[in-house]
Design a protein around this ligand. Structure first.
Ligand SMILES: Nc1ncnc2c1ncn2[C@@H]1O[C@H](COP(=O)(O)OP(=O)(O)OP(=O)(O)O)[C@@H](O)[C@H]1O
Ligand SMILES: [Mg+2]
Length: 877
């Protein structure tokens, strides 16, 4: 165990002392030092992210309630069939079969879990956050795992903090520590402060922590703790790894619990009935246990995961990376998709169209000032800054004689940023740019026709008109202002942005992605409502929305929204489709309201300001070019610029959901039906309706064939609407279709007991000798075994679609083949030595027509019940 990190002494030490502790040169660690540091302090990997060892996976796969019952059966059979059997009857065959079953079920589970782990690791590596670290005098890009204590890191807005660090320099650095402290407001951190005792590690002003992210400003820091040693590492270690459960996870859990409760009631009843009626309590107990195990869908979690892994792979082929597997189901359930505007709906490149002074003429002085602001600021350079810099460089409007004095970084509340510059010993110029409305708050003067005038109501109106006319052409506009300060002033703050002179405007072309219009239309066709949530203003957003086919839709501003009471707000988020001038908190609130209104919502964004909304959304979607925090908060990342992948993603999500549902619903209802049949049979039959091993084998074969379900398809009609999990639909389905299958189990009992067995064996059961009674039971078991196998398999085909199975809708090949193999194997089994060893007898040929008639009648009845069910609940799966 490594020593606990002493944060207090790190906070109190001087920077030089901290650098000395890790022997970090100004140029960063050398390659040897990195190696040594990793040896000494460990790598930057959290335990929960490390893989579960293979042996643990294997134990989990082979030791399950199912296999435990099998093993118990094997032990008992070993004594009854071998140790205590008469020398002539000694047989180990039953024991061997059971061991083979344990092996098959365990191995299949193991293969699946190894595969799904592999897929998850692969997805993760595709979206690993890269960190710029200074080593050997160079800036290198490394994976997060690669960081070591003593590394030098540059921090800027939008970065994730990926280890615990001590700040060396800082400039207006604000950090969101929400993941650690729950405090949603960012806190300011400073490198140079007097440190006093702090209540918690996270409140030291000169320390920053893994799990938090930079909201604004910049800084340089040295890594002081990595991996599990970090504050975050120790927290997640205590909490365990699990991400928050989605509605789907909860649904799966609830269904399992329902079945387990049900079984807890059934198993004892079955044991008691059989114990009393047959008198053999050991057999009754074993049978009860087998019923319990055979009837709980133990393959459920595995088939769900297999489905998800398959879905994730299909999406990856379409350039949609799934970070958390459960997001796939939610993807298919989305009925409202909210999106940011720039960089998601529009191209990830915007163009500076024009730079005007307040007279409305193109003016290179405006471009030069804007260039100084964009280029010298050290925060996150966004698309607008990049556009300004490229244009200025192209036109050689690049001023080099200015030196930066200070800056006031951008934030999403005031929507402005400033840079203070000086030429030689002259006075300092504060250059500010930002959203027009927010610039008018700080400008009191305006430069017009070469003169400085007071910005009165008339001139303000003139400015607003100019901007509006640019906006209407679809151009985004930001304002530019400046003022002078004495040469001695070197430190600037937000409050210095006042009494400024408005100099002009910068107008940007922010064209929608070519695919945006089609993508939105496709989403609408799939019953998904698209809403735009932006920090930009109404006019530009309108103009852009027009271009992507969101012409006549209701629009509301963040301010208007805030003035409403709770009920009105809940209604407003429904009625409006465009939300403008939002701050990050408002984006998040809108998502919460939509969720409360019962929607499944997705949020697609690319900025720091989108991260909070993406976290609360059911599915956070981001793009490749997004900032780290946005990618980190997302569940899904689109690596393709083409937005039409959204449609593919939704369809895969819905198909995955459908495949999962069909397994759960068909299996639970036929299990429910079987329980019912077993109960009825237990009451009336003088022998066990089925032997424990037969029941388990039936179950195993069925589950194995279900492993082809993830490869099945869904009807086109099914994919047209959002699909969300409703737990009670499973219960209803079970109650409707379970008893339907029981009817035919019971007719089969009657057929076997009264017709077939007496004819073959030569008399009614009570009149037979003990030996004949055994043969009677074996024949009976074979009859029911085969009928169960047929109905269980066919019901899957009948219930996978609301249409007529095979005639109107046929399953995909893999499932058809799996079902055919299952039925063939099951039907031949009683005629083999293997069948004989598990107590099944060869059936007479005249059982064939009876079986066909039963199966046909069953399919017809199910189709009929399906119609009734559809009429009542409208939806099958
Ligand atoms: N680098 C910048 N310099 C000056 N002002 C900026 C800068 N970046 C953003 N702004 C202003 O802040 C407003 C909101 O920022 P931003 O556009 O990033 O918000 P958003 O909600 O992500 O919207 P969208 O991505 O749809 O444009 C912008 O409309 C602009 O007026
Ligand atoms: Mg944005």
């Amino acid at each position: 165990m490594k020593k606990k990190i002493d944060y207090d002494s790190f906070a109190r030490a001087t920077k030089e002392q901290v650098e000395q502790k890790f022997a970090t040169p100004k140029t960063g660690l050398t390659a040897e030092q990195v190696k040594a540091a990793r040896q000494q302090y460990g790598s930057n990997q959290l335990t929960y992210q490390k893989k579960t060892p293979f042996i643990v996976e294997a134990i989990k796969a082979y030791i399950t309630p199912f296999t435990l019952v099998l093993i118990a059966l094997a032990v008992i059979s070993f004594f009854t069939d071998y140790v205590h059997a008469a020398p002539a009857d000694k047989s180990l065959f039953g024991v061997i079969i059971i061991i083979v079953m344990v092996f098959i079920s365990g191995t299949m589970s193991l293969i699946q879990s190894v595969r799904s782990n592999q897929a998850a690791t692969q997805m993760e590596s595709l979206v690993q956050v890269k960190i710029i670290v200074k080593r050997d005098g160079k800036d290198c890009e490394v994976d997060m795992d690669n960081l070591v204590c003593g590394d030098l890191i540059q921090l800027s807005a939008g970065d994730m903090i990926s280890a615990d660090m001590r700040l060396l320099t800082s400039k207006d650095l604000t950090i969101s520590q929400a993941a650690l402290t729950g405090e949603s407001y960012p806190v300011e951190k400073k490198a140079d402060v007097e440190v006093t005792e702090a209540a918690t590690e996270t409140s030291y002003p000169n320390l920053v922590f893994m799990g938090s992210n930079v909201v604004s400003g910049t800084g340089q820091a040295i890594v002081i703790a990595t991996g599990d040693q970090t504050v975050y590492g120790s927290v997640v270690k205590d909490l365990g790894e699990k991400p928050e459960a989605t509605s789907f996870d909860i649904g799966v859990q609830k269904t399992s619990m329902l079945l387990i409760r049900f079984m807890a009631l059934m198993a004892p009843t079955v044991i008691i009935i059989n114990g009393f009626t047959k008198g053999d309590w050991t057999q009754a107990l074993l049978f009860g246990l087998s019923v319990a195990v055979g009837l709980t869908p133990q393959m459920l979690p595995m088939i769900v995961t297999t489905n998800l892994v398959r879905g994730a792979k299909k999406m990856a082929d379409k350039n949609v990376i799934i970070k958390h597997l459960s997001a796939i189901q939610n993807f298919g359930a989305i009925d409202t998709l909210c999106t940011d505007k720039t960089g998601t709906l529009t191209e990830d490149q915007i163009i500076l169209d024009t730079y005007l002074n307040c007279d409305g003429q193109i003016d290179s002085a405006v471009l030069q000032q804007a260039y100084l602001n964009s280029n010298l600021q050290t925060g996150l350079k966004n698309l607008m800054d990049t556009a300004i810099i490229t244009t200025a460089q192209k036109q050689q409007q690049v001023l080099t004689q200015f030196e930066k004095v200070d800056e006031v970084p951008f934030d999403f509340q005031r929507r402005r940023m400033s840079v203070a510059v000086r030429e030689g010993d002259d006075e300092v110029h504060l250059i500010t740019k930002g959203a027009m409305e927010e610039m008018l708050e700080v400008a009191t003067k305006i430069k017009i026709k070469g003169q400085i005038k007071a910005l009165d109501i008339d001139l303000t109106q003139q400015v607003l008109n100019q901007v509006a006319s640019l906006n209407r052409q679809g151009l985004r506009v930001i304002g530019l202002a400046q003022r002078e300060y004495p040469a001695t002033k070197t430190n600037f703050e937000v409050s210095d942005e006042k009494e400024m002179i408005l100099l002009g405007y910068l107008a940007f072309l922010d064209p929608p992605k070519a695919s945006a219009k089609t993508a939105i239309k496709e989403l609408n066709n799939l019953d998904v409502n698209v809403k735009v949530l932006t920090g930009d203003n109404a006019l530009v957003t309108r103009a852009m929305a027009q271009k992507v086919g969101l012409g006549r839709v209701a629009l509301i501003t963040g301010e208007q929204l805030n003035s409403l009471d709770e009920a009105q707000m809940a209604d407003a988020v429904e009625r409006h489709q465009i939300f403008v001038k939002l701050n990050p908190q408002q984006k998040k609130t809108i998502m919460q309201l939509l969720k409360q209104n019962g929607h499944t919502v997705g949020f697609m964004g690319d900025g720091i300001n989108d991260a909070p909304a993406m976290k609360v959304a059911d599915v956070g979607i981001s793009v490749d070019t997004a900032v780290d925090v946005a990618k980190d908060s997302a569940d899904v990342i689109l690596t393709d610029k083409d937005l039409r992948v959204l449609e593919s993603g939704l369809l895969v999500g819905r198909e995955t959901f459908g495949n999962t549902m069909k397994y759960i619903k068909a299996t639970t209802s036929s299990n429910f039906g079987n329980m019912f049949s077993v109960l009825v049979a237990s009451i009336f039959l003088p022998f066990l309706p089925m032997l424990p091993i037969q029941l388990l084998l039936l179950n195993l074969i069925y589950d194995l064939s279900c492993m082809a379900i993830p490869w099945d398809k869904m009807d086109a009609e099914f994919l047209q609407h959002p699909k969300r999990w409703t737990a009670d639909s499973i219960g209803k389905f079970m109650v409707w279709f379970g008893p339907t299958s029981s009817i035919f189990d019971i007719t089969t009992y009657a057929l076997m007991y009264f017709v077939i067995c007496p004819t073959v064996i030569g008399g009614a059961y009570p009149t037979l000798s003990a030996q004949q009674q055994l043969a009677f039971a074996a024949l009976f078991h074979a009859g029911w075994f085969i009928e169960s196998m047929w109905t269980q398999t066919l019901v899957l085909h009948a219930l996978r679609t609301p249409k007529v199975p095979f005639l109107q809708s046929t399953a995909a090949k893999p499932l058809l083949i799996a079902s055919a193999v299952e039925i063939t194997f099951g039907s031949l089994l009683p005629f083999t030595g293997l069948g004989r060893d598990i107590g099944l007898a060869a059936l007479p040929i005249n059982y064939g027509p009876w079986l066909l008639a039963t199966v046909l009648a069953y399919l017809i009845l199910v189709t009929f019940v399906k119609q009734l069910y559809l009429r009542k609940y409208a939806e099958l799966l």
